[in-house]
Design a protein around this ligand. Sequence first.
Ligand code: ADP
Ligand code: ZN
Ligand code: ZN
Length: 739
Amino acid sequence: MILAEQHAITHVDVVVAAPLGALTYEVPPGDRESIHIGMRVRVPLGQRHVWGYVIATHTETPSSDFTLKPLVEISNEISLPVHLLALVRFASDYYNVALGDMLQAALPLKAKEKTPRFLTVGDALAASCNERMTTLFNLLKDNKRGLTAAHLATRLGISRPSVAATLRTMQKNGLVQIHGTTRTKRRQTIAPLTAWGFTENTDKPKLTPEQAHATDAILASINEKTFSAFVLHGVTGSGKTEVYLRAVEQALLLNKSALVLVPEIALTPQFGARFRHRFGDPVAVIHSGLTPAERRDAWDRVSQGDVRIGLGARSAIFLPMEDLGVIIVDEEHETSFKQDETPRYHARDLAVYLAHRHGCPIVLGSATPSLESMANVSRGKYELLQLTKRVHQRPLPEVTCIDMTTTELDPDGVFTAPLLNAMQETIDRDEQCIILLNRRGFSPHVLCKGCGHTFTCTACSISLTFHKRRNMLLCHYCGFSTGVPQTCIKCESDRIEAFGLGTERVEAIVRERFPSVASIRLDRDTTRTRTSMEKRLQDFRDKKAHILIGTQMVAKGHDFPEVTLVGVLAADSGLHIPDFRATERTFQLLCQVAGRAGRGTLPGRVLLQTYNSDHYAIRAACAHDAPAFYAQEMQLREELRYPPFAHLVLVRFEGENEQETKQEAERMSSILRANVRMGEIMILGPAPAPIERLKGKWRVQTLLKASNRASLHKALQHMTVRPTAGVRWVVDIDPFNML
Ligand code: ADP
Ligand code: ZN
Ligand code: ZN
């Protein structure tokens, strides 16, 4: 033990929410015993006093060119966890972002108004459960096989519509599950969701042997309280979530906390509900739909130790969790974990660092793990756990390619006969289908047939998409919109036509083809609010429609038991994007969407319309042969020296003037070239970005490749010269957005 009087803290480094590094201050003598890392302090900065956090301590006066000013005030609020500050510092170094900027991104904004709508299980039940619900719930609990609404109405002596209304509320809150179809409404049975622990957790499902094996490995590591990383590679419907739940349960049992990261929580409300209902413990849920006040409130609750489970999208990595027992990253391959604006951090990668700090295991789960994680498995850094089978011995869906080079399209120009027939059969059997086309709007191109002029955005080098219902041309990158021109601006011809296919047009064709069948469209245009998205998903779950049409949104972790057909239009459309991850993303999307079929008791099938039925990504997706895909893709990445066989930094130059932007890119690229050692770093470019102009800015980029990270970080030090006025640089470490 170090004696306090010999080594009292005289100075501290403080980080404030401003684009600066850490600043050093003197600690007033009376506070030297009590000051510690993580404390909130007020410090003089220029003419102002600002709040910040102590990030390091000194027991001697550090050398400095300035007189070090004393702290103004020390707050007795709860301090930041040491590990969180370490994470912020690590992220700042790693992503080349000022420490203060990183802190600002990590902390929730101080909200002025406080209108917490943050619900815990206790609150949710208290708020949502009136006397009638409790009675209903108890009735259901005593009838394990479920009851119908008519039964319940008789038992309670009230009308069926009012029972139905109460049940709908209970279903929304995850208290009951309704089985059966809308067509046979009278036969619907209702069961309580005791499995998710409304008073009790006794109904946990018995694990499959594969789940048990994976769970054992993770639990052993949680008990040992040491870092280890697992890749949980589980096919769609194999019950990965159950493995996560067991891991979280074990952490809580050891009096530790758990952090669960998911790509986009709004799309999969069921996921959060399962966590909320399994544990008696409250869950802090962080998502993009929260107001600053709600976010702040969730954050405070975690910080005060009231909440031990943190669940959320990317930014939940910065929740002030203490004493983590396990970290889960679900759908770890999803690119939304990487923030596409400054600071450009990757939450999965930071989560690995955080697990290290806490000395706890991390579980990276996916049906299609990223190449990066698979490479870490082959290098022996991560341990692979596999779930190769679906639960209840349900088969994976049969996936068939429809080769568009030899199969004729119907006159609508969208569907082939095999897909249309399959849709008809599915509907006739009163089952549901999902149709994926990863492009929204009616038509992605508008062209003058008089002179060939194509209509592009005024601010971006992007063609405008025709949206028929709004009767507008829209830019999907900047939001620019304009009316549909009657005549061509170039040649004044009136022969203006829209070409190509978007989800809005697919919907129109489906309605023509199946006039008596209800369909729902799910894309960014139909889900502007969180409630509209949830309503559409719930309507489909309630079988108010038999066909769900949408973009990649329909492929996410949904569990619709009555979907038995998935159709994919233009399965190869993503392959041609100029990004080295285009193939990987296509493979992932196809596997994910295929995984929506046959999740219930009925077997599923998948039909892919493609011009590239021989492409290895499509063949592997058809054969459920992930190893074949990984083998081939790894080989290509290695040959081309792309991640996971090299590290990348993308430097993008953006400016309003094309010439100036190019010159600046040339200037900086030659500075970099002059300062790096040949062979250590490859510098590609500068070259125009694939999207050459965006939101009025010209974009030029230079790509740095190296086999070792340290040399890349060293190279970036040479970019300390000032940028030329009018041009901005963006430095993106481990870039995901190459466009
Ligand atoms: P994945 O995330 O791997 O696609 P889920 O975790 O959504 O799969 O599980 C699919 C379904 O199987 C869910 O409805 C879940 O409740 C159920 N399930 C999971 N594990 C079991 C089990 N051991 N026994 C019975 N049902 C299970
Ligand atoms: Zn024209
Ligand atoms: Zn635009």
